[in-house]
Design a protein around this ligand. Structure first.
Ligand code: MF3
Ligand code: CO
Ligand code: CO
Length: 263
């Protein structure tokens, strides 16, 4: 496997791409409330990425994806397509996944969960899924194997009574949207795929965690992935840089508490 190591110049461009993706999530957050349609979320993000950031929404036309962001509500695991007929209602949970491609040609990819109104089950699932992401990020440093990250995610999800989606994974990222390596969120690595991290690698971790069983299916639109048993699903994603001493969260938001990384 040939995992790209970024040069200092590329790392600067990745930092900018990560900041931009985070800024889209910060911009849209106040609008994500009961009543807004996922179509409107898409349009606002598209306009901000193009007009304010001078960048491109990477999902648009990516292998034919029709919109600029992914909006995945409740039992939708990932790749939900924004739609003017689909409005958020109380009790919903939604993943919003943003990927920006900068004018320099580098990608920043990040997603968060929104809880609309109150849902005890939804809130617990979203919290545990974020903990899965954070526990794995905390382990990132040169020499650590991908399987170590995967076991941290799977261990916490399953100890919480949930399952880890196997059909989608994280990925290397840079000038390419999806580069090597594949970043599994469960321990399914073949020995040759279980690479050691090295300084200068950039990749995403983006666990998808289900209340019910782990199986998914893709709807006839060719994109929307749902849980087979229609149980709730959550996902959080960051783009990371492996540094000499640990990790930099390239898509960190200003209000995000990453103090767990201080060690
Ligand atoms: N942002 C997604 C990821 O985390 C990929 C979306 S591809 C799309 O890798 F075509 F659905 F937008
Ligand atoms: Co991604
Ligand atoms: Co993403």
């Amino acid at each position: 496997m040939n995992v790209p190591i970024k040069t200092p110049d590329e790392i600067e461009k990745m930092r900018e791409a990560g900041r931009q993706a985070a800024s889209v999530l910060e911009m849209i957050t106040p609008f994500v409330k009961a009543g807004i349609t996922t179509g409107e979320i898409d349009r606002r993000c598209h306009a901000y990425i193009v007009d304010e950031l001078g960048s491109t929404p990477a999902p648009l036309n990516y292998h034919g994806f029709p919109k600029s962001v992914c909006t995945s509500i409740n039992h939708v695991v990932c790749h939900g397509i924004p739609d003017d007929g689909k409005s958020l209602k109380k009790g919903d949970i939604m993943n919003l996944d943003i990927t920006v491609k900068t004018a320099d040609g580098y990608h920043g990819d990040s997603s968060v969960m929104f809880v609309i109104g109150e849902t005890i089950q939804g809130e617990r699932l979203c919290r545990v899924t974020q903990e899965c992401l954070y526990r794995s990020i905390a382990l990132v440093r040169p020499g650590v194997r991908l399987s170590t990250l995967a076991r941290a995610i799977q261990g916490h999800a399953e100890a919480s009574g949930y399952s880890v989606v196997r059909d989608f994974c994280g990925h290397g990222i840079g000038a390419g949207f999806h580069e090597e390596p594949q970043v599994l969120h469960y321990d399914g690595y073949a020995p040759e795929a279980d690479i050691e991290l090295a300084a200068g690698m950039c990749f995403t971790i983006e666990p998808m965690i289900n209340v019910g069983d782990s199986r998914t299916k893709v709807l006839r639109d060719g994109w929307t992935a749902i849980t087979k048993d229609r149980s709730l699903s959550a996902q959080w994603e960051h783009t990371l840089l492996v540094t000499e001493t640990g990790v930099e969260v390239l898509t960190a938001r200003h209000d995000e508490d990453l103090s767990f990384l201080e060690r």
